[in-house]
Design a protein around this ligand. Structure first.
Ligand SMILES: [Zn+2]
Length: 281
């Protein structure tokens, strides 16, 4: 290119540096969690109908599992501190710490000022998928959530079963907040079972048919008392489009599992972040 500086190739050739080396992150004791999980039994269940969301509560020290049933389906997950909705899942920081897609061992971090693990992934039946030749991988913390505002912006439609609206209704029902009160608490999601990446040539966010099949599941340990909401995305397996009723959709099940008595003895919920919040004043 005529405008390229003389050292353009040299500048491009600079090797990348990982933004947040995670060697100093407190590592989860996965063996401990799996030991607790081995004797856990299902004590609660919720089901997100197609193009709807369900809510569920998980006590700290318990597990929850999102299960594909009936057919390939993507889910949009929100998590809140059950006692304080202002502490909620922070998708962007989770992405910065663990990468664009999460699997076993990754943690879902909470918003400022608490910034602590809310949940830890202990089991992922799609862990085999890895990164495909297109750069796609499963369970992303890239996408925000499908929403009616973007749909309106791009195509002028009024569609009421985007994940954003489904999560808003589910949170309102779970907390008895009105829809306008509940809506600001809905946040960027973990895209459970969704297969996504960025195109190599244009850097655009892409999706492709999820490899999930009935029986596949993603299992979490709850690090704090959680209120969760899961939307069965109107995109179905996200092979073609979302924000409409066009895609074939299936339900998703959430199971809450309680470990055997004493199995998690001695485990402590994570402290809130230690920053003193003086911000230099
Ligand atoms: Zn969606």
């Amino acid at each position: 290119m005529a405008n390229d500086p003389k050292d353009a190739d040299a500048r491009r050739a600079v090797a990348p540096v990982i933004c947040y080396p995670t060697e100093t992150l407190p590592q989860p004791d996965l063996d401990r969690y799996l030991h607790g999980f081995a004797g856990a039994r299902v004590t609660g269940m919720a089901e997100a109908a197609p193009r709807e969301a369900c809510s569920f509560r998980v006590p700290a020290g318990s597990f929850f599992r999102i299960v594909s049933i009936k057919g390939p389906q993507v889910g949009d997950l929100n998590l809140w501190n059950a006692d304080d909705l202002t502490e909620r899942f922070y998708s962007g920081k989770t992405r910065a710490l663990h990468g664009a897609h999460v699997t076993t061992g990754a943690r879902l971090w909470s918003s400022f000022p608490t910034l602590r693990p809310m949940a830890t992934i202990v089991e992922d039946s799609l862990g085999w998928y890895g990164i495909d030749p297109f750069g796609g991988a499963v369970h992303d913390v890239i996408g925000t959530r499908c929403d009616p505002y973007t749909g309106n912006l791009l195509s002028g439609v009024q569609y009421h079963h985007c994940c954003h609206s489904n999560l808003t209704r589910a949170l309102a029902d779970a907390t008895r907040l009105s829809l306008p009160e509940a809506e600001p608490h809905v946040h960027d999601v973990l895209n459970v079972f969704m297969c996504t990446g960025f195109t190599r040539d244009t850097g655009q966010y892409f999706m492709k048919a999820s490899p999930v099949r009935p029986g596949d599941h993603l299992t979490f340990f709850a690090e704090i008392d959680l209120l969760g909401a899961l939307s069965a995305c109107p995109g179905g397996d996200c092979s073609s489009e979302h924000s409409s009723d066009a895609a074939v959709c299936y339900p998703l099940r959430v199971e809450v599992l309680t470990p055997a008595h004493g199995a998690m003895d001695g485990w402590q919920p994570p402290e809130v972040n230690g920053y003193n919040r003086s911000h230099g004043r």
